[in-house]
Ligand binder design. Structure first.
Ligand SMILES: Nc1nc2c(c(=O)[nH]1)N=C([C@H](O)[C@H](O)COP(=O)(O)OP(=O)(O)OP(=O)(O)O)CN2
Ligand SMILES: [Zn+2]
Length: 141
């Protein structure tokens, strides 16, 4: 959100779009190394998605901001992350959540004719902890 610091991704695309979202969700980390985080607790997640591309669609959008929110916020807001199928076999750590969001967004972008790319996903789990996920070039093929 407005108070958030955003790491920049170097790129040569003409357009770069950023969408902020926040959502309330609970999780637990099923590992004794997680200490108190083994037990179900909640966070207000702050998420920033960076999308870039050279071409706009017929509306003049790289992608509709609303579509990004629908993909992520609608799915996870007011839910227990561990209950989603994508976290059945893996803990919903901040790192894993960031990677999962990237995969969800990029899978959707791959259906668009103007070919935008998700360059970065930032997930802030607490006021003092956040993760940035960036794909490798081979993830984008
Ligand atoms: N690498 C990771 N470490 C931890 C994760 C994680 O997802 N990745 N998650 C947790 C817990 O879920 C916890 O909710 C967050 O931990 P933490 O930032 O330590 O929370 P605090 O508010 O207690 O932080 P302080 O800076 O000490 O106030 C733990 N580790
Ligand atoms: Zn947590």
């Amino acid at each position: 959100m407005l108070q958030q610091f955003y790491p920049q991704v170097p790129h040569t695309f003409r357009f770069e779009l950023n969408k902020d979202m926040h959502l309330a969700a609970a999780h637990f980390i099923n590992d004794e190394h997680a200490g108190a985080c083994q037990y179900t607790h909640g966070h207000t997640y702050f998420i920033n998605v960076t999308i870039a591309g050279d071409e706009l669609d017929s509306t003049g959008f790289l992608i509709n901001f609303k579509d990004i929110k629908t993909l992520i916020h609608k799915r996870y807001d007011h839910s227990l992350l561990n209950e989603h199928p994508e976290y059945k076999d893996v803990n919903p750590t901040t790192e894993v959540v960031a990677k999962q969001i990237w995969e969800t967004v990029q899978t959707h972008l791959n259906t668009l004719t103007n070919n935008p790319t998700c360059l970065q996903v930032l997930v802030r789990e607490t006021p003092t902890s956040y993760v940035v996920y960036r794909p490798k070039p081979e993830d984008l093929k």
